[in-house]
Design a binder for this molecule. Structure first.
Ligand code: FAD
Length: 545
């Protein structure tokens, strides 16, 4: 592999590489593969003791992806995509973890990954134009490039309720589930949180537990997953034209190609609207996407959106027998889709079981955790196990957890004190040669993330290849480009209903986090086009020296 001239004033005794990649989920693995392809010396650091990121950590009962396996997989290697056989429409965590491990083995990636190692610090040394990276294991490395593949949903959040240290039972967070699994048989269990992880795990925990109490702050819209084994003929037919299929995903709005809506909700008759929502609810293939894209104005018009929201609320009232529970499960405080909508299997049905109870902590907040359970403003609860399905400090949490300092010793978390600022979600002004994969300001969590991950990894590694070819030392956005992009992300976000919800997209689940709509809703296809144009125009908006 090609070697690089060592700067004469490099820090003595500190080993040097060309690129440090933080994280060994899908993003980090693909980065390593591509950067190696450029002949660079790469060091990956991963906190966990294996590859897989999200699918390494989230081993809770029912954990599975909500995007179809044929779409939620790598497309960069045609042999890989042809040889891997998926078994289910929405594969469970175990299958995804097997897939990630297969990718790591197939491309011989492990030898450049240091596991059980958390990156704690990355400081840019302006004199030598290199990053100085440190880990919790005492590693120190000097590198030209740092790529953060730290994940948008990897910094798990346990709510700040007093008393957790007093609790005598077992407690878990869904995002840090024990490898050996948890047996809830015969246990009285409490689950706090009813987002995607809660919705997936609650029905399965209810099957084991003798008593299950679910503490809900905000009800979410849950539509049926209709998961099923993949029909082998279907798998063959997609694989036969995989290139076309993938290309359509890349050009789509959410990274999943669906026929575009042709009219607004009120250009349709009441019967047509009902028929569409009915079809979406029972659609074995695309229920969620049909809900999100059924009419052109679903995410821009509250009235249009309400027609879908009301349809789902009606289904909840139909399924859930106890009227008070049904009412508590019906979302009224946010439009459909503006918080991550959930796919469920027997979710609402679970509340009809005699040993399952829903507690609305919006009405009766949790006051404290006790030795034997927890106390709300109204009642004392006793249980053996406590499960937090309370999500993540999304999009920025894993980045601001690292002490990242750019030019002038400015800390990234200080620069972002009023919300993240990026150019294209890829780079930050004042932080040369530091790249973020699916960073804030890119479509990221509003998309089929495999499509967004591949696009970012390819764009970033192409940008690095161009720098290498041109013999450039640094690349970073101008403040003007960053300001304009950040304003654009905000403006496009505010053309939709998304900012009206208190969601993790808005940072609302983390006390004190600025309320900013972090992902870019302009669409995966148009965003890719913009990134390609920027590159074609000599990396417009970036200073390259
Ligand atoms: P991750 O998989 O999060 O990997 C990041 C890695 O970085 C982690 O292994 C972490 O340990 C490591 N890391 C972080 N900080 C450090 C540090 N300082 N030092 C060392 N290592 C560090 N996406 C979809 O598109 N569709 C879905 O249906 C979907 N479902 C999801 C369900 C759950 C429960 C969760 C949590 C996420 C889901 N996602 C889904 C999003 C998912 O995160 C992405 O699809 C994808 O797996 C992200 O890959 P990644 O490599 O970018 O990040």
């Amino acid at each position: 592999s090609q070697t690089h001239e060592q700067p004469s004033h490099a820090v003595k005794g500190v080993p040097e590489v060309d690129a440090v990649v933080v994280g060994a989920g899908f993003s980090g693995l693909y980065l390593l593969h591509r950067l190696r392809g450029l002949g660079l010396r790469v060091q990956v650091f991963e906190k966990g003791d294996g590859v897989g990121g999200t699918w390494f950590w989230n081993r809770y009962p029912g954990a599975r992806v909500d995007v179809k396996s044929m779409d939620y997989s790598f497309s960069f290697d045609s042999e890989l995509e042809q040889e891997w056989e998926w078994t289910e429409k929405y594969p469970p965590q175990e299958e995804l973890l097997r897939y990630v491990n297969h990718v790591a083995d197939r491309f011989d990636l492990r030898r450049d990954i240091k596991f059980n190692t958390r990156v704690t610090e990355a400081v840019f040394d302006e004199d030598v134009e290199r990053w100085h990276v440190r880990t919790d294991q005492g590693d120190q490395l000097s590198t030209r490039y740092v790529v953060m593949a730290t994940g948008c949903l990897s910094a798990s959040k346990v709510p700040e309720v007093p008393g957790l240290d007093l609790f005598r039972g077992r407690w878990f967070h869904t995002g840090h589930w024990p490898k050996e699994g948890v047996d809830f048989s015969g246990q009285r269990v409490a689950v706090v949180g009813t987002g995607s992880s809660g919705v997936q795990s609650i029905p399965l925990i209810a099957e084991q537990a003798v008593e299950l109490t679910v503490f809900q702050r905000t009800p979410n819209f849950v539509v049926p997953a209709h998961n099923h084994p993949i029909d082998p003929d279907h798998q063959r037919s997609v694989k036969a034209e995989y290139d076309r299929h993938r290309q359509a995903n890349r050009e789509s709005g959410f990274g999943i190609a669906v026929p575009p809506a042709t009219k607004g909700a009120f250009e349709a008759t009441e019967e047509e609207r009902q028929a569409l929502w009915e079809r979406a609810w029972y659609d074995r293939d695309n229920s969620l996407v049909t809900f999100l894209t059924g009419f052109t104005d679903m995410i821009t018009s509250k009235e249009a959106n309400d027609t879908a929201a009301q349809y789902v609320r009606d289904r909840i009232a139909e399924i859930v027998e106890d009227p008070e529970t049904a009412a508590a499960l019906q979302p009224h405080d946010h439009p459909f889709g503006t918080k991550r909508p959930c796919l469920g299997t027997n979710y609402y049905e679970t509340y009809n079981l005699p040993h399952v109870r829903l507690v609305n902590v919006r009405k009766t907040p949790i006051v404290e955790i006790t030795h034997h359970g927890l106390r709300t403003t109204q009642e004392d609860f006793e249980f053996d196990d406590l499960v937090f399905a309370t999500g993540f400090d999304a999009m920025t949490g894993a980045l601001t957890a690292i002490d990242i300092r750019g030019r002038g010793d400015v800390a990234l978390k200080d620069k972002w004190h009023a919300g993240p600022r990026t150019y294209l979600g890829i780079q930050v002004a004042g932080f040369p040669n530091l790249f973020t994969i699916t960073g804030p300001g890119s479509p990221s969590v509003l998309s089929n993330m495999m499509v967004s991950i591949e696009q970012h990894v390819e764009w970033v590694t192409d940008a690095i290849a161009a720098m290498e070819a041109e013999g450039l030392a640094t690349m970073e956005p101008t403040v003007e480009a960053e300001d304009a992009w950040t304003a654009h992300v905000d403006e496009v976000g505010h053309m939709t209903l998304y900012p009206t919800a208190d969601s993790w997209y808005m940072g609302s689940n983390v006390p004190g986090k600025p309320r900013v709509f972090m992902p870019y809703i302009g669409g995966v296809g148009p965003y890719r086009q913009k990134c390609d144009e920027v590159a074609a125009n000599g990396y417009e908006g970036f200073v390259r020296r």
